[in-house]
Design a protein around this ligand. Structure first.
Ligand code: COA
Length: 189
């Protein structure tokens, strides 16, 4: 359904729990996501979280999907569309590749491209937004590469690792996404 060259987006399954638990309580990942202050999570909580993604999709409250490495048939992370305003056709997105071995190799770019296509082409959104911490340069570059632009920042929004950090606000409109796609195919990227 959502298949690229390297990744496939699919529903989370309970069989993903073991792979999630290998990475989910790792400090580096939780700092990048800003969820370190929630403490360690149990596999039982994660199971509930997975079940909740099914319910929220059925109720059209959020669309959360697993990212699978096609070559290995292995779960590498998750991503989703949430905070949906159906009247304004606007929503937020988020992504996490849990396994650091997969960072910086183009998996995030492809997974986000598939998600954005689903949001604009199939769900008919007009705007997608996101927040990223100022120190997360890899994520920010990845978002720029799929067409997001910086539109503002919340100053000192989050206390992580002993310091307050700004949160950068980025968004993309449907017409900008169409132009981005045209430019990409023109330069063959
Ligand atoms: C953010 C994330 C989804 C990006 O996916 P990814 O597969 O690692 O990213 P990609 O390889 O597609 O793209 C990363 C880009 O950042 C660049 N990059 C990597 N490290 C960088 C750094 N320290 N500074 C600046 N740019 C950097 C890469 O060169 C690449 O750009 P390029 O393709 O133009 O060369 C993934 O790293 C991740 O999930 N990280 C942990 C959780 C997280 O940070 N989630 C986002 C929260 S907002």
């Amino acid at each position: 359904m959502f298949v690229g060259k390297m990744v496939r987006l699919r529903s989370f399954e309970l069989s993903d729990l073991d792979e999630i638990m290998k990475h989910w309580n790792v400090r580096d990942l939780r700092q990048l996501l800003g969820s370190i202050d929630r403490g360690a999570v149990s596999s039982h909580e994660e199971e509930e979280w997975i079940r909740n993604t099914w319910k929220r999709r059925q109720e059209r409250e959020a669309f959360t999907m697993a990212i699978e490495d096609i070559a290995k048939g292995k779960l590498i992370g998750g991503l989703g569309i949430f905070n949906i305003d159906w009247t304004s056709r606007s929503a937020e997105i988020g992504i996490s590749i849990h396994n650091p071995k997969y960072w910086g190799k183009g998996y995030g770019k492809e997974a986000l491209s598939l998600l954005i296509e689903f949001a604009f082409r199939d769900l008919n959104f007009n705007r997608l937004g996101l927040e990223v911490f100022e120190f997360n340069l890899r994520a920010k570059k990845c978002y720029i590469n799929v067409g997001f632009q910086e539109v503002g920042r919340w100053r000192k929004k989050k206390y992580i690792n002993g310091k307050y950090h700004d949160s950068i606000l980025m968004d993309i409109l449907k017409n900008e996404w169409k132009k981005h796609l045209t430019n990409r195919s023109r330069i063959g990227k």
